[in-house]
Design a binder for this molecule. Structure first.
Ligand SMILES: *Cc1c(COP(=O)(O)O)cnc(C)c1O
Length: 391
């Protein structure tokens, strides 16, 4: 098939839910993707933070393909050694007590929201159901996670949205305090807002929230769907903040390219979700778990994390000297670039035409390179970006 044919069929047979870049990707190796015409692209996206080991990493391919040949799916009516291995590893890496496995970020967040409401219901009865999230957050596309998302553009068309969310301003503790009344059961935040424009929260702001939450028995829940899996230089970003949330959610990079999500809770919440209160057909699928097991064993070592931090620094330093760069922000290998000309969308399109895959977030350029990208690949990508930025 030619690119034209693919694009025409997409127009004809698929719902038009995505604005797509003008390329059709068909294969890849490491941080290099190839399109249907054989053209190569340096990948600074990981497919939006998913392919944390790049394309078709040898160990990852082996884990997934061997598992596909062993047993591809079992229902959650049976025990699964892969589910227990992944859950155990997640708990050991974080100190959380229990894991629920699902298939996406939105689903992991649905689980977190249900835990918060049921914990409060079990302990205090009805009427304590409100969850405070932040303006410019992003928590997913289901009706409830859209409601949790603190951006007005997402609160349209699909009425009625799930009730019980209040939105506070990021890095403004008074705004959080204003939202907190005796109906609040949880505060749910991203530590570096991803879709909202690669915006890290201040440490003091987060510490204040943790303090308020623990005083009032309000759960502190962190959406680590984008920031997790070593993206910010710690296995989970909360570890960079020195806090101990009650719940975190994970997805995107967790399976290195296959769908898997997880919701982790602390010991005090261990028994909140009882038999029959939650479930999913595909959650903890053996192939997804085999992938996650491989990813978890690879990206969480101290040496790997040090590499992520070093590469993030290296990229940031180089960006600082590039034309059209007004501000570079983010953490580890989650990097946002404010452009002088406020032309991120245009730059991203031109990068693709020049052989570099790059993301945007709001009005910023956003980089989420594979965590194991080589310095040589980084340089190749940055050179393309520089050429486009000079234009
Ligand atoms: C991507 C993302 C989600 C949604 O994940 P899906 O897998 O698309 O459902 C939720 N929260 C954050 C912070 C994200 O970046």
């Amino acid at each position: 098939m030619t690119f034209e044919e693919i694009r025409n069929d997409e127009q004809q047979y698929m719902m038009h839910t995505y604005g797509r870049f003008q390329t059709a990707l068909v294969s890849g190796k490491g941080a290099v993707a190839k399109d249907v015409d054989g053209k190569e692209y340096i990948d600074f996206t990981s497919g939006i933070g998913v392919n944390c080991l790049g394309y078709c990493d040898e160990g990852w391919v082996k884990a997934v393909s061997e598992q596909a040949g062993r047993i591809q799916h079992i229902s959650n009516l049976y025990y699964s050694p892969l589910q227990t291995e992944v859950s155990k590893k997640l708990c050991e890496l974080t100190g959380f007590d229990k894991v629920f496995l699902c298939n996406s970020g939105a689903e992991a967040n649905e689980c977190a929201i249900k835990i918060a409401r049921k914990y409060s219901f079990d302990k205090y009865g009805q009427g304590r159901q409100k969850i405070v999230t932040l303006v410019n957050s992003f928590h997913g596309r289901t009706v409830t996670t859209l409601a949790a998302t603190g951006q007005d553009v997402f609160h349209n068309f699909f009425f009625p949205f799930t009730e019980g969310f209040a939105y506070a301003e990021a890095n403004n503790i008074d705004s959080v305090k204003k939202c907190i009344d005796n109906e609040v059961c949880a505060v749910f935040i991203e530590l570096v807002q991803g879709e909202g424009g690669v915006m890290p929260l201040d440490k003091e702001f987060v510490a204040e929230i943790e303090k308020i939450c623990s005083e009032k028995d309000i759960l502190l829940m962190v959406d680590e769907v984008q920031t997790g899996m070593s993206r910010t230089g710690a296995v989970y970003c909360y570890q960079n903040y020195g806090i101990k949330p009650d719940v975190i959610t994970s997805a995107k990079g967790l399976g290195g390219g296959v769908p898997i999500g997880a919701c982790l809770c602390s010991e005090k919440l261990a028994e909140v979700m009882t038999a029959g209160t939650h479930g999913t057909t595909f959650g903890g699928n053996p192939i997804a778990c085999a992938a996650a097991k491989e990813v978890l064993s690879r990206v969480t070592t101290p040496e790997f994390l040090a590499e992520v931090r070093a590469k993030g620094e290296y990229i940031r330093e180089k960006l600082q000297t590039m034309p059209n760069v007004k501000e570079v922000r983010g953490m580890g290998m989650m990097i946002g670039i404010v452009t002088e000309k406020d032309n991120a969308k245009e730059i991203a399109g031109k990068c693709v035409a020049n052989g570099l895959l790059i993301l945007t977030a709001k009005t910023l350029l956003r980089l989420l390179p594979p965590l194991n990208i080589t310095y040589e690949e980084i340089d190749r990508g940055l050179n393309i970006l520089k050429t486009v930025m000079e234009d």
